[in-house]
Design a protein around this ligand. Sequence first.
Ligand code: HEC
Ligand code: HEC
Length: 335
Amino acid sequence: MIRILWIAVTTLFLGSTWLSAQRMDTMAMHPIQPIAPATVTNQPMVDLGAKLFFDPRLSKSGFISCNSCHNLSMGGSDNLATSIGDRWQQGPINAPTVLNSSMSVAQFWDGRARDLKEQAGGPIANPGEMAFTHDLAITMLASIPQYVEEFERVFDTRVVDIDGVTKAIAAFEETLVTPNARFDRWLKGDRSAITATELEGYQLFKSSGCAMCHNGPAAGGRTFRKMGIVEPYRTDNPAEGRFAVTGRDADRFSFKVPSLRNVELTYPYFHDGAADTLAESVDVMGRIQLGKRYSPQENAKIVAFLKTLTGDQPSFQLPQLPPSSDATPRPNPFD
Ligand code: HEC
Ligand code: HEC
């Protein structure tokens, strides 16, 4: 009896390790892996970061927040070719989504910020974006008692500083991942999660070489690659890409390979925002990166596949911002 039980248990055990090894194998064969849900270790810090992300008082005008250009109701982007900054200034480059940006090797199209914390200080003091200074931002926050209390709860000090501000924003941004896309469910074994057409699109995506650059859980974000490998990319946008950071000639016109997660939501495309539709961006990519001309049917299949990469959008309670105090400097939108 015991012997039979033992055999049954071993068989079950070996069987299940074999099965999970099989599953690991099939997952490893795919260039794109499922996104893991965010694990929050410090909820109070994330909550503070959410408030700061939505607080337009971090801008000179009192009108522009991170969410103005990275609208979390629109895939973390502004759906504009280039963003609108302080005093309606035209931004120089397309705003990438903040969704899943924690998975990227570095931040910005040219990777000039190492990580989300380093990035978060940039826009506040950028004259073309929020047009504030870090000192003014800190003065503003320190004038609001509820913010001071919240900083104390999170950082154990009543001194509000830019280090805490950027840490909290980065902690919030790390929660902005989008698991559970239909393609992820398919990768995990749910064969009915995508249609036959979408699957054909995925196969084309792989066989034609898109996955050489767009791979990993974010389907991009891992490397800098030249825009226009087979044919040059024509644009009026003066951005030089990675060259601006390294000064190496080989990096001229090399940009961070964007994540293709939620790409259905983050139009228009490319660093200059010149491609309005997914069909157009797939056509451009095929031609200039791979020397391929897709038929309209092939193009449509790849587009259908790309739309299976839309995951669960972040869900959190819309933060309620503490009111300004009498001492809070007033916004200055018009001069
Ligand atoms: C006026 C519009 C605007 C505002 C406001 C703004 N951003 Fe951005 N953001 C951009 C643009 C444009 C870029 C791309 C700049 C570049 O690559 O040179 C960018 C890039 C980023 C990136 C890098 C994403 C990637 O994939 O490389 C992150 C993260 C980010 N912003 C977060 C924030 C945070 C946090 C705030 C608020 C503190 C903020 N942004 C405010 C327009 C804006
Ligand atoms: C050699 C690397 C490489 C290959 C191959 C490649 N891409 Fe890209 N892809 C990039 C880079 C780099 C960008 C950003 C270029 C820019 O904006 O200047 C990009 C941008 C995109 C965008 C726009 C994303 C956005 O948010 O702006 C889409 C969509 C896209 N690629 C899809 C594809 C598809 C589909 C294929 C295959 C037909 C493909 N790519 C092949 C490197 C590559």
